[in-house]
Design a protein around this ligand. Structure first.
Ligand SMILES: Nc1ncnc2c1ncn2[C@@H]1O[C@H](COP(=O)(O)OP(=O)(O)OP(=O)(O)O)[C@@H](O)[C@H]1O
Length: 299
């Protein structure tokens, strides 16, 4: 395998009539799971469609497993499996037929693993697609993708139609896929709990722009909520490291995205509590902070 990363996007732009995805850059190393997280209409599916060569960018460069997209998509896709929740299988064909079909195209198809997934997802090979519930259809698509043993799995909202048990099973399965550390996964979601559970890297996207991207642990280490006792009449502390401050009677709650002992020392004995934040809280705070900054710049 070359030294190319699983995914490289740089300065990518794509415009629709009412929406522009702009200056999107992403990198995913082999062996890592990246969660692409954004509110409705942020540009997650558009980013994934560009990555998979289903849309052509107006600017920027995209490489998938080292292959330039969209030009070299046939070569790139040999090692990449893609599942999105709007994909449809042949309604009158059985799951067994689909499995044979995929096995005939992709030499990496692993029949034993496919049989294991059938059991784990509680699917029946003889069942036709039209007889499956929407969650079962998603599981069938995931089975067909996983059993190819691709080097990169790209999943657009894979957990959205699944119940909590099926979601748990799928996420466990995805983490299992990475036992071989040359495999990678990119998945989009608004479910920050899923993302927090399995991702190594996280990319937040909002209104067509990447607003933050980093290792998950780095996000969780840098963000904190600090509660201070505030003397009557004192102004809320204002430092570049503080992205939000709220007053509540004699207390202030500060949110920082650059937490350090040095920052804490500045508030000395007025500190009451320091709380870690969940990925969901970090996501909301990042998006709100970025929107305020863009509005201040008139964007
Ligand atoms: N083919 C298209 N023509 C015009 N506009 C489009 C097209 N595809 C996407 N858009 C617009 O681009 C924006 C981003 O859509 P996209 O599907 O990428 O968002 P998303 O982050 O995946 O959203 P969601 O979480 O709601 O699925 C939306 O405003 C959408 O209307």
């Amino acid at each position: 395998m070359s030294n190319a990363k699983a995914i490289e996007m740089s300065g990518v732009r794509k415009s629709f009539r009412f929406f522009t995805l702009d200056d999107v850059s992403l990198e995913l190393e082999h062996g890592q799971i990246m969660g692409l997280v954004g509110p409705n209409g942020a540009g997650k599916s558009t980013t994934i469609r560009l990555l998979m060569g289903l849309l052509a960018p107006e600017a920027g460069e995209i490489r998938l497993m080292g292959h330039a997209m969209p030009d070299s998509q046939a070569a790139a896709k040999r090692d990449v499996a893609f599942v999105s929740d709007d994909m449809r299988l042949f309604p009158h064909a059985t799951l067994a037929w689909h499995m044979e079909f995929i096995a005939s195209i992709y030499p990496g198809w692993d029949p034993l693993y496919a049989a294991t997934l059938l059991k784990r997802f509680n699917l029946h090979a003889a069942q036709t697609m039209k007889g499956l519930s929407s969650g079962e259809q998603v599981k069938a698509l995931l089975l067909l993708a996983l059993a190819r043993r691709p080097r990169l799995l790209v999943l657009d909202e894979p957990t959205s139609g699944l119940d909590p048990v099926a979601r748990h099973e799928l996420l466990t399965e995805l983490m299992d896929v990475l036992r071989d550390d040359s495999r990678s996964i990119l998945f989009s979601s608004h479910n920050t709990m899923d993302v927090e559970r399995i991702s190594d890297r996280i990319c937040f996207i909002d209104r067509g722009r990447v607003v933050a991207a980093s290792d998950k642990e780095d996000f969780l280490e840098r963000w904190r909520r600090i509660q201070l006792r505030l003397p009557a009449g004192a102004a809320l502390p204002a430092f570049a490291e503080i992205v939000r401050s709220e007053r509540d009677g004699g207390f202030a709650t500060l949110t920082t995205n650059r937490y350090s002992d040095e920052l804490l020392a500045r508030f000395a004995s007025s500190v009451q509590t320091v709380q870690r934040m969940s990925l969901e809280e970090i996501f909301v705070a990042t998006v709100m902070h970025n929107r305020e900054a863009r509005e201040a710049l008139g964007q």
